[in-house]
Design a protein around this ligand. Sequence first.
Ligand code: NAP
Ligand code: ZN
Length: 356
Amino acid sequence: MIQAKAYAAPAADAPLVPVVIPRREPTARDVRIEILFCGVCHSDLHTARNEWSGVWPTVYPCVPGHEIVGRVTGIGASVTKHKVGDLVGVGCLVDSDHECPQCRADKEQFCSNATFTYNAPDKHGTAPVTYGGYSESIVVDERFVLRIPSNLDLAGVAPLLCAGITTYSPLHRGQKEGLVGPGKKVGIVGLGGLGHMGVKFARAMGAHVVVFTTSEKKRTDALRLGAHEVVVSRNPGEMEKHAGSFHFILDCVAAEHDLNAYIQLLGVQGNLTLVGAPEKPLPLGVFGLLFGAKSVSGSLIGGIAETQEMLDFCGKHGITADVEIIPIQKINDAYERMIRSDVKYRFSIDMASLKG
Ligand code: NAP
Ligand code: ZN
């Protein structure tokens, strides 16, 4: 067993603190990674504070972090995809059964035996649950380790492993369904970590992009990030102007909000895809869907092949997240700022700070 420095939440109502956690010795298929940067996802906060207790209760201590970028420091005897010294990424998944129909369709995120990067039963028995990327190292099956394009800034690459794939996947699906692309009007709701990546991808896919934000002060940034228009969603007059006009809307909001306001903005057969995962259920007015045969969908990260495709797309288009680099010691402050929507636009933890 390897001992690794990390930060963990000891309980739902306690701040994260330094801890030492076990990591397994690499087995034949494993890659050992020194973590360089780890993005801070709102899911880390939801989990650390047990906000999803109804669907996915948190086991403590909890080491969050599923936006991992690092360097390979060791490989098992059968590893062929990666070698020592490679720059690699790990996202929300570290294992699956590789046999079920979902795995065979490259949708490992829906495998009923998938292992998520943190707060999932640890099949190797190293600890009761998996521990995530707020740590100096991690050991992962090579099939869940991604290649990082060499032209991208690493601190900004880390968030691609969750915020990137979570927004790329539904937008790419929208592209295949003819709802996203040139001549199509695409809305992105909530300019946070996911939202700002959604703006970059929708723009790169050629759509007309409209950002919906509750933060008046994010207007200029939204345009800089690639939006053609910005709507402050708290202003009913601004919302009204867009009624019935959208092909596709991606909702990236982490808290309670009114879905029906966005359904009204969809055109006939338009689609609202939810990726945000608020703690409480959101009321849905059915009539808003009936008139116009509109649809509401959900989307969960993406499979491993699609995550690699997204990273390669980012390499080709020079896309990374806009990050504020923080030392791990600032993680509790970062969580408070995330709750206040005060993130521009993703915190990326410089893991060198853990060594001090
Ligand atoms: P984030 O950085 O905190 O961004 C969320 C944004 O939502 C905020 O910046 C804010 O944007 C908006 N917002 C916050 N409170 C709001 C409210 N009360 N009403 C309306 N808008 C509000 O969070 P994130 O990391 O992007 O994650 C967003 C959500 O997606 C979280 O629930 C997370 O757990 C979930 N998630 C889902 C998946 C998946 O696979 N489906 C993957 C990762 C994360 P404005 O200031 O622009 O209004
Ligand atoms: Zn995430």
